[in-house]
Design a protein around this ligand. Structure first.
Ligand code: ZN
Length: 244
């Protein structure tokens, strides 16, 4: 049996070398190749990603947002009650693990020398990106979630006194959720090191008592409903699915 396995592995290597000479595209934005893999005594084809420089050239947040149609146009009711012509849905970007990983690495780069012990994201928008930043920093990731209207750590999550915490959110507009998380972390005695976000939708207006870094600053024009040109044009208003 063991010798069979060696033969299979040998064949697999030869086949892999042949097949990897001609890259395939699985997703139109991701280069890579299918390579055979010995698994449970059989051969399986597994996807191998090409090196990053083949996938995206130099990865930028602007390109990634365009590529994944994060910004949509229409007539939207924002969580503030105002109306706008644009809406940003970061979930469209983060549904791709290859993009989420890059976003996490880009944000982590700003905080990598700050001796972070743990990353915390507000649910739901902050969960995936906080996790990716934590992965890039090599530390754990927790999320805070609303329970009876208050941000809490549940599921056995906790912060030890003096732990150095980085707060990560997907989109910051007024910073309301982030401030609630900051208060929560202070109640545990956590030491807040900074705040990171993929997008600062306030266009640079939002500020915190701690260092804040967003990968992109983008302000969206919004209107009071009574002054909204889209309402005046009788275009139906849509309430997008989440607060962020
Ligand atoms: Zn309107």
């Amino acid at each position: 049996m063991q010798s069979d396995l060696y033969i299979l592995q040998g064949l697999s290597c030869i086949y892999s070398l042949q097949i990897s000479c001609s890259p395939f595209v699985r997703d139109k934005h991701e280069w890579g190749y299918f390579a055979p893999n010995v698994r449970k005594g059989g051969l399986a084809l597994t996807w191998s990603r090409a090196p990053c420089n083949m996938n995206h050239g130099e990865w930028t947040i602007e390109e990634a947002l365009k590529r994944r149609n994060v910004i949509t146009r229409g007539h939207f009711l924002l969580s503030s009650g105002r109306h706008s012509e644009e809406y940003m849905q970061c979930a469209r970007l983060l549904q791709y693990p290859t993009e989420a990983e890059k976003v996490g690495q880009a944000l982590a780069a700003f905080f990598q020398d700050r001796e972070i012990d743990v990353v915390v994201g507000p649910a739901l928008g902050g969960v995936i990106i906080a996790y990716e930043v934590a992965r890039a920093l090599g530390v754990p990731s927790l999320f805070a979630e609303r329970e009876e209207g208050h941000m809490r750590l549940r599921r056995g999550f906790t912060i030890q006194p003096n732990e150095r915490v980085l707060v990560i959110e997907d989109v910051v507009t007024t910073g309301g959720s982030v401030r609630e998380v900051l208060e929560l972390l202070k109640s545990y005695g956590g030491e807040i090191v900074g705040i990171g976000a993929i997008i600062d939708r306030s266009g640079g207006k939002v500020s915190f008592d701690y260092p804040f870094h967003a990968l992109l600053s983008h302000s969206i024009t919004s209107y009071e409903p009574e002054h909204c040109p889209l309402c005046q044009a009788n275009i139906p208003v849509v309430k997008p699915g989440s607060r962020s």
